[in-house]
Design a protein around this ligand. Structure first.
Ligand code: F6P
Length: 510
């Protein structure tokens, strides 16, 4: 892998040529765009017709995809080559959900994954046979956000499973003790079990919260762990029989498909968990096999690069019009920004242009009544991914029609705007968006959606020539916090004068 990154000057040319061309005009001039700039993969439909590139700019983007050898990059990923070059590791999340590669490395990883999944299935069944009604899942970052989001999207805690209710799953992540207190105070340890999830089993938050939950539970037989460091988990007091494995070749933020998804399997059932994996595997096959011009992951990645490097958008919104996907923006913030928040290329040289924008968002229609004003009339243009679900699973059809009407209306209003004699009432339009529509929100379609973002992130990293799989940027703050902890407890002081003054302030008021 060269890691050179694409030649951004080619995008600047397209930006110059398109200066003054409005998004609405591009669509009016080229009516076939509506169908030509849309793709369907199984239950997932995507429309890019409201992005600000025309056909010529799109061809330029596809040329960049060829230059960057995105097809070869996908193959290297699934074959288990060490795409995480700074740590010399593979990133084989695809092997957790299917056998998309025949490489010996990928096959061995898939076999490991199947063995772990079989153990996890047995644990789900064993727990189902007990009187456990509540599960406390302790983890943070990639050991929390994915399971938390999927459980929130798919679990129906009140729906009776076969003859019994599924356990409710609660998540504790923040080192703020209020998180553990709020969760545990509502639960009964006699009918609860806990899972401590940490790839390293060295994360401060998880060790502290894990200790609180272990002591609260006071029942070792209901304490589980998921970790790549079985020794540390067992030293923590967890029976190795109840420790599920993880491996170096799975990045934390790409790990919900592994035993990190144990809380998901408990909340939605093992079959549904497997359907989630099958959905991701379907998207994997598509991302690997479809030609770049018909490849949804490539389209999504090129669109991100277009908005960042040709349109210089500083932020990117993600707006799920489905209450069940309200945690998707939180999940994507780690997936996208921890992966792509990099300023040097694989060879250590500075990147030529900007990499990841700030990702943020929230569910429609709530957000229409909070920050949409700025999106419509503010001075910053914020490209948005709108996500909707065609069929709902509730009986309130009038609400669902209103939800979809709002979804379509916003994408249209963003793109076309509206003129007025009164400057306060002018909507400038030209706000680009992508629309992702799921036929219905199911484990399968959600698996596809998540895998789409994973592959888009990886392909963006290839286009920028950066490593999507390390996260050294989060280490410094952890080190400083570890140094300051004794001072906060009254032992020693800080070297930094500002921190020292702040410590005095805190001590005086404690
Ligand atoms: O935030 C940094 C990070 O290392 C993430 O990449 C990871 O998902 C999270 O901490 C938790 O790490 P662990 O699973 O090892 O506890």
């Amino acid at each position: 892998m060269s890691g050179a990154g694409i030649d951004l000057s080619l995008l600047a040319e397209q930006t110059r040529r398109l200066q003054g061309a409005s998004l609405s005009q591009i669509n009016l001039d080229d009516p076939a765009r509506v169908s030509d700039f849309a793709l369907r993969v199984g239950p997932l439909y995507a429309s890019f017709a409201r992005q600000s590139y025309d056909r010529q700019a799109w061809q330029a983007l596809l040329a960049l995809a060829r230059d960057a050898d995105l097809v070869g990059a996908m193959q290297r990923l699934v074959d288990g080559e060490p795409v995480n070059v700074t740590e010399g590791r593979a990133a084989l999340h695809t092997a957790l959900r299917g056998e998309v590669s025949g490489s010996p490395t990928a096959r061995a990883a898939h076999a490991d994954a199947l063995r772990a999944r079989a153990r996890m299935c047995a644990m789900v069944e064993a727990l189902a046979a007990t009187d456990v009604t509540d599960i406390v899942s302790v983890g943070i970052g990639g050991s929390d956000l994915g399971p938390r989001m999927v459980v929130d999207a798919l679990a129906q805690p009140d729906a009776p499973a076969v003859g019994r209710m599924r356990p409710r799953v609660h998540f504790v992540s923040n080192v703020d003790g209020a998180a553990a207190q709020r969760t545990l105070s509502a639960l009964d340890p006699r009918t609860s079990a806990a899972i401590l999830i940490s790839k390293t089993f060295g994360t401060q938050e998880t060790l502290l919260n894990g200790g609180i939950v272990r002591d609260w539970l006071a029942n070792d037989s209901r304490l589980y762990a998921v970790s790549a460091n079985v020794q540390r988990a067992s030293d923590f007091g967890i029976d190795p029989e109840r420790i599920l494995p993880m491996w170096d070749w799975v990045g934390g933020r790409y790990s919900l498909w592994s035993a990190v998804g144990f809380p998901i399997a408990l909340a939605i059932g093992f079959e549904a968990f497997e359907a989630l994996l099958a959905g991701a595997a379907e998207l994997d096959a598509h991302a690997l096999q479809a030609a770049p011009e018909a490849n949804l992951a490539v389209w999504h990645a090129l669109t991100a690069v277009w908005n960042r490097n040709a349109r210089h958008a500083a932020t990117q919104a993600v707006l799920p019009y489905d209450e069940r996907l309200k945690l998707l923006p939180n999940y994507l913030q780690q997936l996208v920004m921890e992966s792509l928040g990099k300023r040097v290329k694989l060879d250590g040289a500075a990147v030529a242009g900007d990499t990841v924008p700030v990702w943020w968002g929230g569910p429609g229609t709530d957000t229409q009544h909070s920050f949409f004003q700025a999106l419509h009339q503010g001075t910053q243009i914020v490209p948005a991914d709108f996500i909707g679900t065609i069929r709902c699973d509730h009986p309130y059809l009038e609400n669902h029609a209103a939800l979809l009407a709002n979804l379509l209306a916003q994408t249209e209003a963003f793109a076309n705007g509206q003129d007025s004699d009164d400057p306060h009432r002018v909507y400038p339009g030209d706000r680009p968006s992508t629309l992702l529509l799921l036929d219905a929100l199911t484990p399968h379609s959600l698996g596809m959606l998540i895998a789409l973002y994973e592959h888009s992130v990886y392909l963006q990293s290839v286009l920028w020539g950066i490593n999507a799989f390390d996260q050294f940027g989060v280490e410094l703050g952890k080190q400083v916090a570890n140094r300051l902890l004794p001072a906060l407890k009254g032992d020693g002081d800080a070297e930094d004068p500002v921190t020292r003054a702040l410590l005095v302030e805190i001590r005086n008021r404690t």
